[in-house]
Design a protein around this ligand. Sequence first.
Ligand SMILES: O=C[C@H](O)COP(=O)(O)O
Length: 249
Amino acid sequence: MTRTLIAGNWKMNGLKASLGEIRDAAAGVGKGKAGVEALLCVPATLLTVAAEAAHGSELKVGGETCHANESGAHTGDISAEMLADAGASHVIVGHSERRTDHGETNEIVAAQAAAALRAGLTPIICIGESLDQRKAGETLDFVASQIDGSIPEGAKAEEIVIAYEPIWAIGTGEVATPDQIDEVHTAIRTRLAQRFGADGADQIPLLYGGSMKPGNAAEILEVKDVNGGLIGGASLKADDFLAIYAQAK
Ligand SMILES: O=C[C@H](O)COP(=O)(O)O
């Protein structure tokens, strides 16, 4: 059975002064919500204190990216082992902002996801098309190529999470319609079934991300192959994050 995951991505936001939001989120998750996981992925500077703030609750914390190597001369980078050591259970890899800002290719993303698995973390592998690709009718082919290239060899279905985030819907207030999400998520599940078999593909949570908010979460989470969300702006406030979490089944 597919797990449901409501995951926040704080991106480059948050100071120690924001820890109250994590404490509030931690206090609000888990109540009568068996089968729905809650996760906040925070900047590396906050990971240890966020893990402490969430300790004893059902809120998990995660990183936002990782280097493929375990250690070494990579100034400024952070390994998956370091994230695990700081208390992370998950790490986002291949977010479109990383692909754009840091030139991360499918090959790099697959190596990062492999590193996450090596360190015992669950990689949340992000894929999604640009507006130009959507207008050109290339969405499904592009997303399929990202799936093929970004999931590492040897990964097991139960170890990974996929997040579909149309780039044009990220931080723009523009949300993909349920029909658009349905079309892409169905295509993703079908592609995953070619690699993992139907039973394997069914075990992989498919998250939607892109301007998800308390007011549109229910409609998005109702879409057949949506198993949760990857939430940016609305995850910064515990009230909003919890309001989305409350709508997940
Ligand atoms: O990782 C999260 C996504 O980029 C969505 O961000 P957003 O909810 O601010 O649009």
